[in-house]
Design a protein around this ligand. Sequence first.
Ligand SMILES: C[S@@+](CC[C@H](N)C(=O)[O-])C[C@H]1O[C@@H](n2cnc3c(N)ncnc32)[C@H](O)[C@@H]1O
Length: 216
Amino acid sequence: MTALTDPKLAQVLDREHDAARAQWAARAKAGAGSAPRQAPPDFRSSERMKTSYLAIRPDQGRFLYGQVLATGARRIVEFGSSFGISTLYLAAAAQETGGHVTGTEYHPEKAAKARGNLSEAGLSADILVGDARETLSGGEGEIDLLFLDGAKDLYLPVLRLLEPRLRKSAVVIADNIPTDPARHGDFMAAISEPASGYATCVLGMSKGGMSHSVRL
Ligand SMILES: C[S@@+](CC[C@H](N)C(=O)[O-])C[C@H]1O[C@@H](n2cnc3c(N)ncnc32)[C@H](O)[C@@H]1O
């Protein structure tokens, strides 16, 4: 048995993925999000950020899990934990590599539920509560794998904040990246240009794209 196939984790993941799918379907039915957005939602005040899962899908979770195992990542940082679905995959993999996950979530109620999910699955991770730009500043030690899934306009500032700690060949994975390069923004430009110091590609997943970068 691996950490990912542990029945305790499987039960929590099944339930949480089901709840996330149901919430997404209910929102879609109610027409939420059908109006074009003028600006990115403010992660502090947006009702959606406060209450919605906005979670990765199972294939993305397996990708994160596999990346931790394949690279032997032990020091793992996550920007944007929400109710902890992605954190569960990362923490399961970290259990196998002997590593540790530091998650971040602005909303305390979400962080509390994420901690409950981890504990129910028999896993552990630290979830820092508050704005990740503050909670992750002043952190020490190298980072092997960074997962970016918080406010999209903060991917680049958070990457720059943590960049001095990324070890050579560290992996940076970011969710919600358009697969169409014409729609890429500042973050992708910064980690895709030849002199960026990263080898980057975008992978199509069940829920849009994820970027995958290796620190050179
Ligand atoms: C897309 S959801 C994360 C989903 C989660 N990774 C998963 O797959 O289950 C984004 C989350 O990031 C949080 N967030 C956004 N900006 C943040 C910031 N600056 N600091 C801390 N949390 C933030 C939001 O509150 C929200 O819960």
